[in-house]
Design a protein around this ligand. Structure first.
Ligand SMILES: Nc1nc2c(ncn2[C@@H]2O[C@H](COP(=O)(O)OP(=O)(O)OP(=O)(O)O)[C@@H](O)[C@H]2O)c(=O)[nH]1
Ligand SMILES: [Mg+2]
Length: 254
């Protein structure tokens, strides 16, 4: 296991993640320390192994819990508040369901340490396992995210494997009551770009698992696509308010 970092931690929000949570945590721990897992009102028992493991290596693994289930963004915020209180400067968020590649953690952390104000975004390399409707959703979401950031280099706004500057993310989340559910990933990225944070896109694999392989997704097409459409509509107002600033910034970087 690597020596614990004082500045960068891995944060895994988990809600009823099924059997993949255990392998995800073990692989994350092999790649990085510390790893914090936020159990977001899980009721499927997937988190039962965690307390014993955390007691064995408290410097490497911490388990935080919130009840009731409150959404991915809310779970990240819960962990983030603790991280900032303990002077961590950056968090790498990754999903608990095995879709993200723990072997990419070190490269993302190194890039973040070299570019501390930047948002380090995972650019997902999807394979044949990715459902075509989800890929289509990513294309549409990315189109609108780039529009609302005036053609920034924001890569994939839905993919949750990324490193955030912790204080900046906390400030963004404290500025809105939204971004607590599936709107967390795109809204936090858009708002950080609005605030002038550079974006670095790093390729990393993404694998979807079938239920028989232990894969779990809580994405509900109607509910969550409506949430995202509402988010883009809501952010349009913020976009127009910031348009002069965004244009000036674009002109200055030419
Ligand atoms: N959906 C959902 N996820 C949560 C919640 N709280 C924490 N999470 C975690 O957030 C991460 C993303 O959730 P997923 O349901 O896999 O969402 P996704 O990866 O965007 O969607 P898929 O591409 O369909 O897998 C996982 O690690 C979840 O366990 C919650 O209330 N709802
Ligand atoms: Mg997932």
């Amino acid at each position: 296991m690597p020596a614990p970092s004082q500045t960068h931690l891995v944060l895994i929000p988990s809600y009823n993640s099924g059997p993949k949570l255990e392998s995800t945590v073990h692989q994350a721990l092999a790649a990085w320390s510390p790893v914090w897992v936020v159990i977001d009102g899980s009721t499927d028992g997937s988190d039962h192994f965690l307390d014993t493991l955390a007691n064995q290596s408290p410097a490497d693994l911490r388990v935080l819990r919130q009840t009731p289930n409150s959404g991915k963004g809310s779970a990240v915020l819960h962990g983030l508040r603790h991280a900032v209180a303990e002077n961590f400067t950056h968090i790498l968020t990754m999903d608990a369901d095995g879709q993200h590649d723990p072997q990419s953690i070190a490269a993302f952390m190194t890039t973040s340490a070299q570019n501390p104000t930047a948002l380090i975004l995972g650019a997902p390399q999807f394979d044949h396992s990715a459902p075509s409707e989800r890929l289509f959703g990513h294309h549409i979401a990315n189109f609108f995210a780039r529009l609302e950031t005036l053609g920034s280099n924001l890569g994939d706004c839905l993919f949750g494997f990324r490193v955030y500057p912790a204080h900046a993310l906390l400030s963004v989340l404290d500025s809105t009551r939204y971004a607590r559910h599936y709107d967390f990933d795109p809204e936090s990225a858009i708002r950080l770009v609005w605030r002038g944070h550079p974006v670095i896109n790093l390729p990393t694999p993404c694998r979807y698992f079938t239920p028989s392989e232990g894969g779990v997704s809580h994405f509900r097409y109607l509910r969550d696509n409506l949430l995202l459409i509402g988010m883009y509509a809501r952010l349009l107002i913020g976009f127009f308010l910031r348009l002069p600033l965004l244009i000036l910034r674009r002109l200055n970087t030419k």
